[in-house]
Design a protein around this ligand. Structure first.
Ligand code: S3P
Length: 435
């Protein structure tokens, strides 16, 4: 099982501006979904550009323990993954406890798959994942017929699967992971499962189910799935991860004289709300799609700096920005201001992303304030620089690094190795765009 070297420290020099054209790693969310659906399909699936992050690697490791053959090769610097599908309900009882590492997506989506399989499996993870709430998937999956044991609603999570019945389900928290767990269980449930979301979230599962041949229908905030026959294997290129691209987009928006272009990146509209925030903050933003791959648009994003203006982000926008809020907080350390409300969900991510983010930004000299359900960051001149801790959280390591670019002195980010969860090579890419 891959383990992240969270102890490492990165020293970052300030940058005058960022410039260049770059690619970002394969999308983490899409990589998980393709691996899981490929395992249930008939035939071999092939993916180019599969995320090298530790989280999708945790999904592959769990699938191997469930009897799935996975081959990995290097295709011209890109990670190519082949999965031999086990077919309809074809996973086998695991050889031991399944370790999802740091990955909430692995645990919650795999629980949806295992809910239908007639055996008992236990999923656990690292200290961060063992603190995260699982009641949100246990409730609907138990209503469908699976049995669970999770002390205090937290991992380790033991699931005993069996015949499932479709449900109509309204999510109390907007979460693509909850929606996906229910849809993956619904794929195997008697009848038609309907899920209605408290607010629309990323729709990669719906698009992927369609590409693998499942009977899925969806629109913003709802989806239905009917029990189908076996899925068919898929060959696809995985788009670059928009959440990784957001780091470069924010850096370009933040530093005067900057312009970056990110190519080969996913342009799924349910992931691009951060570009709207950057436009409101004053940046020049352009996107252009040049391919459609298994239902996912792929293309380029260009962002250039203009003087920063204050922005407010309300509860209705939060589900579409959930992974980008830390780096958008970093934007405001360079000028303008970012005020966020309705984002208490950030407290149950890989870290408490409100407390840890505000603590980290303040350690670099920022004017940052914690709110119960969000934060306010105001930019007044340059940061002092300092030593900030990523709290074992990949998104915080990246956000603190982008803030540090605008400091008066070099800064140290401790626990910076956490970037490997979604973006191995992040610091090399950062140095390559800094001028
Ligand atoms: C993800 C959904 C989001 C996100 C996570 C990945 C996914 O979590 O924060 O990084 O791939 O479905 P929630 O569904 O809990 O909001």
């Amino acid at each position: 099982m891959p383990r992240m070297p969270v102890e490492s420290t990165e020293i970052l020099a300030p940058a005058a501006r960022v410039q260049g054209r770059l690619e970002v790693p394969g999308d983490k969310s899409v990589s998980h979904r393709y691996a899981l659906l490929a395992a249930l399909a008939t035939g071999t699936s092939r993916f180019i550009g599969f995320s090298r992050g530790a989280d999708p690697s945790s999904t592959l490791a769990c699938l191997r323990q469930l009897g799935v053959t996975v081959r990995e090769t290097d295709a011209g610097g890109s990670r190519a993954v082949e999965v031999d599908g086990r077919g309809w309900l074809g996973l086998t009882a695991p050889t031991g406890v399944l370790d999802a590492g740091n990955s909430g997506t692995t645990m919650r989506l795999l629980a949806g798959v295992l809910a239908a399989h007639p055996f008992t499996a236990t999923l656990t993870g690292d200290a961060s994942l063992r603190r995260r709430p699982m009641g949100r998937i246990i409730e609907p999956l138990a209503r469908m017929g699976a049995r669970f044991d999770a002390p205090g609603g937290r991992p380790p999570l033991t699931v005993t699967g069996g015949p499932l019945t479709a449900i109509d389900y309204q999510t109390p928290v907007p979460s693509a992971q909850v929606k996906s767990a229910v849809l993956l269980a619904g794929l195997h449930a008697e009848g038609r499962t309907l899920i209605v979301e408290a607010a629309p979230t990323r729709d990669h599962t719906e698009r992927a189910l369609g590409a693998f041949g499942a009977a899925v229908q969806y629109g913003p905030g709802w989806a239905t799935i009917e029990r189908g026959g076996p899925l068919r294997g898929l060959t696809a290129r995985i788009p670059g991860d928009p959440s990784a691209a957001a780091c470069w987009a924010v850096a370009a928006a933040a530093l005067p004289g900057s312009e970056v272009e990110i190519v080969g990146v996913g342009l799924n509209p349910t992931r691009l709300a951060f570009l709207d925030v950057l436009s409101r903050a004053g940046a020049v933003v352009e996107t252009e799609a040049d391919a459609l791959e298994a239902g996912e648009p792929i293309g380029r994003i260009r962002v250039a700096h203009r003087r920063l203006a204050p922005v407010t982000i309300g509860p209705e926008e939060v589900p579409g920005l959930i992974d980008e809020l830390p780096v958008l907080a970093a934007l405001a350390t360079h000028g303008g201001a970012v005020a966020v409300t309705g984002a208490s969900e950030l407290r149950v991510k890989e870290s408490d992303r409100i407390t840890a983010l505000v603590t980290g930004l303040r350690a670099l000299g920022a004017d940052a304030e914690e709110r119960p359900d969000g934060f306010v960051v105001r930019g007044h001149g340059r940061l002092r620089g300092g030593q900030a801790d990523a709290a074992g959280d990949h998104r915080l390591a990246m956000a603190l690094a982008i803030a540090a670019l605008g400091a008066d002195t070099a800064s140290a980010i401790t626990g910076a190795g956490a970037v490997d969860v979604s973006y191995p090579g992040f610091f090399a890419a950062l140095r390559s765009v800094c001028a």
